[in-house]
Ligand binder design. Structure first.
Ligand SMILES: C[S@@+](CC[C@H](N)C(=O)[O-])C[C@H]1O[C@@H](n2cnc3c(N)ncnc32)[C@H](O)[C@@H]1O
Length: 309
């Protein structure tokens, strides 16, 4: 068996390994910076090696887990060192944007505005970000906020708030809203687990949940954004009968959501697998998010359901 030139292999493998570790470290550092992980999700004290399956089926030992542990301890200086300059620039930029409010850490019970002031947002989102205009539609797990932006362009009389914990993604949406002068589109950086801390009961008119992480492991089911505890949170902050739109490429998550809606006594209004196989029943469904485009490019099908709170 030809083994090949080890020096050539070394030259190829080492940069690839470095890029992979760098990428994973960045992702983990951003999670730490966003306060996205709590102590329950990993065991401090032990340097736990996390094994991840990467696309081609190879298994990499996730050395970055060590960096993650450290970043939690030495944050924010280590986070700054680990995270790429571009990402850090985006995260720093949104703290100066008037259309973004941020919860600095999931343990802190208030939001911060572009002037660094603490803001009480409960019952006040429309006055704080939307010139008092009525209605408030949320895009949860918004990433770059593709739905908030597209709906904002389409419905200038309604307000759209993208919610995500990752600052670099929110940067893309909020910068676009500023550039296009979309005064009815804004963003909130927070963990959705804490949403009831920041919205008054009945303050929200409608919710979109677009391509949330599927959390395929059974043990992670409670982290799915349509698990019982999340539905309860949505029911608290939304008006009775408010519509929730849910779009995903992940069929197990789609079926889980249908069951979760029914088990929790909510009304399933509409349910369709592979929405693009036939003409769309709702015009809004043709809005495609960043993740949706990538799933479609990989030949995956898109599913949509709608339920009432
Ligand atoms: C797969 S991405 C989808 C992004 C976007 N909706 C799209 O379709 O392009 C999932 C997003 O959910 C966010 N997210 C996941 N869990 C969250 C949580 N508990 N609170 C806030 N954001 C969360 C992540 O930061 C990420 O941006």
């Amino acid at each position: 068996m030809a083994i090949g030139n080890p020096i050539k292999q070394y030259r190829l493998v080492v940069p690839l390994f470095k890029i992979t570790i760098r990428y994973l470290a960045e992702e983990l550092a951003e999670d730490a910076q966003a306060g996205n992980e709590d102590k329950k999700t990993f065991h401090t004290g032990k340097l736990k090696l996390k094994i991840q399956r990467i696309k081609n089926g190879c298994i990499y030992v996730l050395v970055a887990c060590g960096i993650y542990l450290n970043s939690d301890i030495f944050a924010p200086s280590l986070i700054r060192r680990v995270m790429g300059k571009a990402k850090m620039f985006k995260i720093n930029s949104i703290s100066t944007f008037a259309n973004v409010l941020q919860n600095p850490h999931y343990t802190i019970p208030f939001m911060i505005n572009d002037k660094g002031e603490e803001v009480d947002t409960k019952g006040k989102w429309r006055d704080l970000l939307f010139e008092g205009r009525p209605s408030l539609v949320l895009e949860l797990a918004c990433g770059k906020g593709d739905y908030a932006l597209a709906l904002g362009r389409k419905y200038p009389n309604k307000n759209f708030l993208g919610v995500d914990s990752k600052g670099a993604r929110i940067y893309t949406g909020s910068k676009t809203a500023i550039d296009e002068q979309l005064t009815n589109v804004a963003f909130a950086r927070m963990r959705i687990e804490n949403i009831t801390n920041f919205f008054a009961p009945g303050e929200v008119d409608e919710i979109w949940i677009t391509f949330p992480d599927p959390f395929p492991k059974k043990g992670d089911a409670k982290r799915r954004l349509t698990a019982k505890s999340f539905l309860e949170r949505y029911r608290t902050i939304a008006k009775p009968g408010a519509i929730v739109h849910f779009k995903t490429d992940d069929l197990p998550l789609f079926h889980f959501t249908k069951e979760s809606v029914e088990e929790n006594g909510l009304k399933l209004v509409y349910y369709k697998e592979n929405i693009y196989a036939s003409p769309l029943d709702f015009e809004e469904l043709n809005i495609q998010t960043y993740y949706e485009k990538s799933h479609l490019a990989n030949g995956r099908t898109i599913n949509y359901l709608q339920f009432q709170l």
